[in-house]
Design a protein around this ligand. Sequence first.
Ligand code: CA
Length: 658
Amino acid sequence: MKKTNRALMGIILAAGMLLGACGSGEEMIKKQDVQVNAASDSLYVKQVEGLPEDFIMGMDASSVPSLEASGVRFYSFDGEEQDVFLTMAQAGINTIRVRVWNDPFDEAGNGYGGGNCTIDTALEIGKRATAYGMGLLVDFHYSDFWADPAKQMVPKAWEGMDIESKSEAVYEYTRGALKKLKDAGVEVRMVQVGNETNGAMCGETRWFEIQYLMQAGSKAVREIYPDALVAVHFANPEKGDAYLTYAEKLDYYQVDYDVFGSSYYPYWHGTLENLASVLQQISTTYGKKVMVLETSYAYTAEDTDFNGNTIGDGGTIVKNYPFTVQGQANSVRDVIETVNSIGGIGVCYWEGTWISVGQNSWEENSQKWEAFGSGWASSYAASYDPEDAGKYYGGCAVDNQAMFGPDGHPLESLKVFGLAASGSVTDLRADAIQDTTLYVDINGTLELPTTVSAIFSDDSRKEIPVTWNLDKAGEEVMFASGVGTYPVTGEAGGLEAMLYVALIEYNFLENYSFENMELDPWVTRDAGGADELYVEDKVTDSLTGTGHMHFWSSKTDSVNFDLEQTVGDLPAGTYKFTMSIMGGDAGESNIYLYAVINGEITATMPMVITSYGNWDTQTIRDITVEEGQSLTVGIHVECRGEGNGAWGKIDDALLNSQ
Ligand code: CA
């Protein structure tokens, strides 16, 4: 598969479009011959084998007109100001996706934001895409603003309509909108009837109504663009059999569609293996084409437009690739490979062009977001969506997932679309260094790691040498500051490395809280027994965790045992031993902690049991161990209880250096 073939195909498609436009006598879109030239000196792209030339390499670029109105300028890979759609075509994008809202404006004509995308936006974008030989993917939300799994609000003008009228409205609207594009000669290759319609669409929440509206949209597409594919679109492939249920419903109602599309955001949407499995199941069972209609990945954790981002460092998100330009490309490349591996028809990136409208201040950007709709939502959206947009309106939350930098220059990752088929072999380099956390006993010594784990440009992982910026004085300050976590920077493979030194009171005992749910390496010495003496899994009876040592005896004067652990290879030093016990009905008792060195008891500490929930915690201090000596620590429990005998729980043994 050669890159030139893809470029050639673009020319042929463009020529075909010319004929079509001439034939209908409509306004002609001036075509430009675009050469795909994605060669890169720095980007590594592992070849996706068997990638067909007509594989859809899509980019949602819905925000571009609003960004340009806000003053944003885009550049070519050579650094010249250039139409961003041409740059994308040159990078190997062959399809441009655009969202369409019915009426994203308030009564005074102020835009809700998110690009204020209407069919007129799609018209402008469609003309530019067509001019560079790219097809248009029209994404009807059938709403006046964002439609996703969380909300599918009905357009203002359709509120209160019964399902018959609403269906008619969907049909007429879709027909009229597409006719506009058709008349202008826009090359529409796919149309989505709904966006992320997970069990809701256009204000309807039952499948009978949803499918009815989808049918109406599909019918209009077939009439205006008979060669275009009709797509349905869902999100959350990770949720069990949800996709299969949707596909069953669509099949049951015989909805006329070609493509079952999924969103796939790697942070939330499960593994690629799962994605492949659920999509393949649908293509096999129902004979539908499948694809990813939205994906994206962060190239940096930094925000660039003074409006916080959805994805950053921290939190509980899944981060399979580093947040670098190369990591972003690797993520997209792997989605392409996954979709292709199951015979899927394409992958569309979401909003790779949505960048900051300015570098100066939030105030300056905010004025642009309000005036041109170039943020995710403006304050004017409050009249339609008071709970979400009305409260949290502002700028772009995905600018760190764009494929253009904040200055409008394309990132090398954009070339992944043009390079996936052929691959791009560049010198492997460390692309990111994984943070290291080192747990160190506060009374021990610090041994800094000599290597760190590096992620290379081909996404392989390897240990490489590191140097840390920590001298003896810095180390002393750290230890003097006490228990806590201390960041240390370093250098590895030309990149910054981060080490977090966690100074802790190291516990030399194993299974210290009985969470293994077994005794080992503790031992009991039974000196008179107990009816019950075992490790118990019961959170309400544990000091921490769910496991603890339990004892009970029905008989008088029958609880008498030792519970202990021996620690070999202890560094010479001074230690303290702590343990906790609770229980009752002990009668006259003899309970104590003990420390044994080389077979001789060197210290004890008395304890008591009183009643349920009253833990007694005691510590033996100043246990001095010399080189080569073995230390045994434990608890002796002896109760001369009357009647039902004694019972109790033992938990959390700590042997710390002192
Ligand atoms: Ca932002």
